[in-house]
Design a protein around this ligand. Structure first.
Ligand code: X5A
Ligand code: ZN
Length: 650
């Protein structure tokens, strides 16, 4: 019988196991050369979990060594003996030919670490299957999913997850585990796991990976979507092979929503083993993809709906220390059913993603009927928005961006991402019941221009039309206000106005500053559609960028960075106060971008004529200023330097 969830602070928590054993850090390159699969990988994950205070809320286990008999459920005796006796690369090489030395290094501790990695995953899997733990995370190295029956490769020696799966099925019938779902979200194809369960219908192996038609490691055809298993295992192997790098949350979640989740419903696993590599993470030096901690947390959360949440995570790859630490924490928080992480999916999938998803569904629908339906063309025809990039293309800046992004992402919370259009209608109906004042200080001060965001269309000066909101009803009220924030202009160009700076306001207030703003009373649904359009995104989103939780946060904190990957530009919603019961919200850049403007790292830039004229028109037609006054106001804002000293922080 599973134990009751433990309780602390009156809150019911799930029992989550964590394995960490410093001994696994001893596996290292023989001569100390740098290698991405390095000891610090598991250290930083562990340290970050401790720092966040989650380890004391988990059941912490030391490593356990695997038994030879269990390793031999999936590996040959020769392979087990070879790893066992290997003490250095030479031994290893002299025993086996060069083909074995396939992205592998060894030292005197490799064998011990490999035994611990496999044994620890077995240990957690057993405890979860028994119900002693609800779920667990084995923070192990060396990784496992490339290791084949008779071959170490891709930094892997024993296939940790495969050993655990076979152990449950073959050695522990008493635990009642009959069907196992293996989910492999490491950026590389789980070739070893695929081969080990190729003909086994008890183990459904799902791997999503960068493939590039066999050009990406481990390469060849193995990772193709045509590899569906054979014999009784036919249909029980699913590959989602990305055609390119750069895939992010939107692409992975699309694979979840349209392949993995429907199949998991049909398969109905007794337990899930997760080959949790974090090398598809943003910033990873090997993966080249861009999954955020938020993305990982949503993927995991969606898996929690199956097998009563019995999930065993085993670390595979992941080579950016910062990314793997943050992603791991986000996942453990999901396992703990902690404070919901907030966020929303920022982008839409690549066209190639839909191509791959459709190919996979077609190839596998004979085995999984829920994959047979046509995907709505509404989804697959979405155009990927032009990426919003900071002015400089230098690498260091790109890295900074990723950094900032990670920081913001890890603060966000889950709730908002919903998978399909059915739910998408429901966020719209919820948010259509809430009113906000949208305070504009830029071109939206001119009413006809703002109405383009609501009703669609294009007015003088704009280089292209807007689609408008899904709810085209006009604002319920219009008023003006003056706020102690600094108006300034920056950024080199925009896709609506062309070259020249656009308006921002400093979220930090200063009594000497004044920004005049036109307030439109609209629904929160419409506010989201304004945000989508302001940031160059498609309005047909499955989830809001700024939902009810975000509204609460912004009212409490004064400002809140939005889901970051979205936009460094208008990625910050600021609450300026209330008008009656209704919060006044504006959108501007985040504080870190403000700091860059203030330091000169990102240049200020005066507005182009057409854009400035639109603002002036707004101010004049709104009755705020005469034409001359309005011009002077804009000129002043465009020419003064930006200081942040003496400002008060929201
Ligand atoms: C576990 C893992 C990657 C191997 C890459 C070899 N292996 N170039 O991420
Ligand atoms: Zn990998």
């Amino acid at each position: 019988m599973p134990e009751k969830p433990s309780e602390s602070n009156g809150k019911v928590h799930r029992k989550v196991g964590l394995v960490y054993d410093e001994t696994m850090c001893k596996h290292d390159t023989p001569d100390g050369e740098a290698h991405p699969e390095r000891p610090d990988r598991i250290r930083v994950i562990w340290d970050n979990l401790q720092l966040a205070g989650v380890t004391q809320r988990c059941v912490v286990l030391g490593g356990t060594k695997a038994e030879d008999a269990h390793l031999q459920l999936v590996h040959t005796k020769d392979h087990v003996n070879l790893v066992k006796s290997s003490t250095n690369k030479k031994d290893y090489q002299s025993d086996r030919v060069a083909s074995l030395v396939n992205s592998i290094y060894l030292n005197g501790s490799t064998s011990e670490a490999a035994y611990l990695a496999a044994g620890s995953v077995v240990e957690v899997a057993e405890k979860v299957a028994k119900g002693e733990l609800d779920s667990g995370f084995a923070i192990v190295r060396p990784p496992g999913h490339h290791a084949e029956a008779d071959e170490a490769m891709g930094f892997c020696f024993f296939n940790n997850v495969a050993v655990a799966a076979s152990y449950l099925l073959d050695e522990r019938p008493d635990l009642g585990v009959k069907k196992i779902l293996v989910v492999d979200w490491d950026v590389h194809h789980g070739n070893g796991t695929q081969k080990m369960f190729w003909e086994d219908p008890r183990v459904l192996v799902f791997s999503v990976h960068r493939h590039e038609d066999g050009g990406f490691y481990p390469g060849g055809d193995d990772g193709s979507y045509n590899m569906v298993g054979e014999g009784p295992g036919e249909g029980f192997n699913i590959n989602v092979p990305w055609e390119q790098g750069r895939c992010g949350d939107a692409d992975y979640l699309a694979a979840w929503d349209h392949i993995l989740i429907p199949v998991a419903k049909e398969f109905n696993p007794d337990i899930i083993l997760l080959s949790a590599g974090f090398d598809a993470a943003i910033g990873d030096p090997l993966g080249g993809c861009r999954v955020t901690p938020y993305g990982y947390s949503v993927m995991l959360k969606k898996l929690m709906e199956f097998a009563q949440g019995k999930i065993v995570m085993a670390l595979e790859g992941g080579y950016n220390l910062d990314s793997i630490a943050k992603s791991s924490l986000a996942c453990v928080q999901v396992l703990l059913e902690d404070n919901p992480i907030q966020g929303s999916s920022e982008a839409i999938p690549f066209m190639s993603t839909w191509r791959v998803i459709q190919a996979v569904r077609k190839r596998l629908c004979a085995y999984w009927p829920s994959l047979a339906d046509e995907l709505p063309s509404k989804l697959t025809n979405q155009k990927t928005p032009t990426p919003i990039v900071l002015t400089s293309n230098s690498n260091s800046e790109a890295k900074d961006n990723a950094h900032e992004l990670l920081d913001q992402m890890s603060k966000l919370n889950i709730e908002n991402h919903q998978g399909d259009t059915k739910v998408s209608r429901s966020w719209r109906s919820d948010l259509s019941k809430v009113d906000v004042w949208y305070a504009s200080f830029g071109s939206n001060m001119w009413k006809p221009r703002f109405l383009c965001y609501i009703q669609g269309g294009q007015v003088e000066g704009m280089t292209k039309p807007c689609v408008g909101s899904m709810d085209k009803s006009p604002p319920k009220g219009i008023t003006w206000g003056t706020y102690p924030n600094r108006l300034f202009f920056g950024r080199e160009s925009t896709n609506v106005w062309g070259k020249g700076g656009v308006a921002f306001t400093n979220p930090l207030t200063n009594p000497n500053d004044q920004t005049h703003m036109c307030l439109y009373r609209i629904t929160l649904e419409q506010f989201n559609d304004v945000l989508f359009q302001e940031n160059g995104l498609n309005v047909d989103f499955a989830s809001p960028i700024f939902g009810l939780t975000a509204l609460q946060l912004v009212e409490k904190n004064g400002s809140t960075p939005l889901e970051a990957a979205l936009a460094p530009w208008y990625g910050n919603v600021v609450c300026l106060g209330r008008e009656g019961d209704v919060p006044i919200l504006t959108m501007t850049c985040t504080l870190s971008v403000i700091e860059k403007f203030a330091s000169g790292e990102v240049p200020l830039s005066p507005p182009a004529k057409a854009y400035a004229n639109t603002l002036i028109r707004g101010l004049v037609e709104g009755g705020i200023f005469s034409e001359e006054e309005a011009e002077a106001y804009i000129d002043n804002a465009a020419s003064k330097p930006l200081y942040i000293n003496g400002a008060s922080r929201f």
